[in-house]
Design a protein around this ligand. Structure first.
Ligand code: GDP
Length: 197
């Protein structure tokens, strides 16, 4: 069953003037290209094909907004770190990134990390970028199904160490549903905290 029955595509943003009104709560979802970000969004929202999975990493430089529920939005940021598009990737954190960062509604970040790669420098750079804006940060170690359980647990421990307390972290698998309820529960708690304010 979909945990976010109202989830739907809202808009794509290609320029600072195109952002939706700065009200309510915005959860940004970020990660390296191919980390499994689109698959994670689709799994979390219970909708196949809502966020488009792509085999051409780094191609899309749009910010894609989804409506989650009253006053709550999810914004899918372009994947970063693809070798073929270093300039385009850097551009991501230009005017659009600056605008997002200054929005009062942007206060939570889901960072998607491929468990086989672990938390890397670019991921830590993204956390730096969001540092003063997002006070709630959580990492999904995706593709956990690709490692035997023991290795997945040691990767989880390593990721926790690399994050140095800057974010909570969990195992996640889109096809197997590992960690899905935990991640949805967190997302729901972020949304309900913000609507109580
Ligand atoms: P994005 O570029 O970060 O949006 O990544 P995608 O969601 O498009 O995923 C990249 C590739 O990894 C695709 O082939 C997905 O099917 C695969 N993938 C994503 N998440 C998982 C996962 O949890 N487990 C496995 N086994 N494959 C995954």
């Amino acid at each position: 069953m979909s945990q976010f029955p109202e989830a739907s595509f809202l808009t794509s943003v290609a320029a600072p003037a195109q952002f939706p009104p700065d009200q309510g709560l915005e959860v940004a979802v970020a990660g390296r290209s191919n980390a499994g970000k689109s698959s994670a969004i689709n799994a979390l929202l219970g909708r196949k094909g809502l966020a488009r999975t792509s085999n051409t990493p780094g191609r899309t430089q749009l910010y894609n907004y989804f409506h989650l529920g009253p006053g709550a939005r999810l914004v899918d940021l372009p994947g970063y770190g693809h070798a073929k598009v270093p300039v385009a990737t850097r551009a991501t954190w230009g005017p659009l990134g600056e605008t997002l960062r200054q929005r009062a509604s942007f206060s939570a970040l889901l960072l998607v990390v491929d468990i086989r790669r672990g938390v890397g420098e670019m991921d830590l750079g993204l956390l730096d970028w969001a540092d003063r804006s997002a006070d709630r940060v959580h990492v999904l170690l995706t593709k956990a199904d690709k490692l035997p359980r023991g290795q997945a647990l040691s990767a989880l421990k390593q990721a926790g160490e690399a994050l140095e307390g800057r974010a909570s972290v969990q195992l996640f698998s889109a096809p197997k549903g590992t960690g899905l309820e935990e991640a949805r529960g967190l997302l729901r708690s972020w949304i309900s905290d913000s609507t109580k304010k």
